[in-house]
Design a protein around this ligand. Sequence first.
Ligand SMILES: *Cc1c(COP(=O)(O)O)cnc(C)c1O
Length: 356
Amino acid sequence: MQEIRYELTKTPKKKPAPGDPLPFGTIFTDHMFMMDYTEGKGWHDPRIVPYAPLQLDPAAIVLHYAQESFEGMKAYRTKDGTIQLFRPEKNAARFRSTHERMCMPPVPEEDFVTAVKALVKVEKDWVPSQPGESLYIRPFCIATEPHLGVKASNTYYFIIICCPVAAYYPTGLNPVKIYVEDKYVRAAPGGTGYIKCGGNYAASLISQEIAESLGYSQTLWLDGVERKYVEEVGSMNCFFKIDGTIYTAPTVGTVLPGITRMSCIELLKKWGYKVSEERLAITDVMKAAREGKLEEVFGTGTAAVISPVGELRYEDEVAVINNGKIGEVTQRLYDTLTGIQWGLLPDDMGWTTKVC
Ligand SMILES: *Cc1c(COP(=O)(O)O)cnc(C)c1O
């Protein structure tokens, strides 16, 4: 990557004060990273510039055919004031795999990490300091060529923006109620379920609305072929503890390979738990619940870290998990991951990268 050009704002915004509410994804920092791609020239003109609206041709391919990619990660302020990232090289690698599937030019993995670090360094005073707070980082790429015809664009923007965000569960880890979707599907074999692209989410909104109308906070997706096997919860991977064994869906093309998922599996194995990445039928989950063997259910993802599930509804049956309370393994994973991320526990897994 060429050297990053810095054009810093002369009119910085007022930063939220410690303790101010930080509704997720609504407050943006002063700057953004941007880099252009032009066919024949490659990625060029990396820059950190004041956060501002984009100018886009109304015919830009992203607006019509959704050629787009994104990532989600966080910067954490540790108790001694340093700022660190959690496994950023994994986000860089996943971004590359998303770009392959979307016929977008790869952003070299070192450049991705360098750009994230450079922006976080500029915005270091925006990384909030209250317990559980962090700076959410959203790298994304859009197809900018004006062309009303389905093809891969020959120009792109790679952009990174950041938002200070509050603890996901300000009042402690509250188990959520989940609706099992048995009609719509999120992903099918050969599709884009294993990458982070906006289109996956546009297609999932309808189920989210149904879940909410029934009093559930998120959707649990089943596989797209038989609507039989559990896959993911909303924007999280999902784990089930049944009779001592911990199950999570295999990442074989329809499930997003979450970095939190991967980290949980590594921790669980280190702690001696049996982890199964075999497919698990929803009917077996409900049967285990009836037999009192469904011990814990939780979602994993960067935003919430770990989200305990207290209730599942599938067709007309409702399963209450662990009396609607957080389970022991769920709590241990949450404490360990957040402990490493915020520097409260030693990082004996080598997962954190210091920014400044
Ligand atoms: C981002 C995402 C996840 C979680 O991935 P993490 O790397 O753990 O944040 C899970 N499922 C979907 C559909 C996602 O988009």
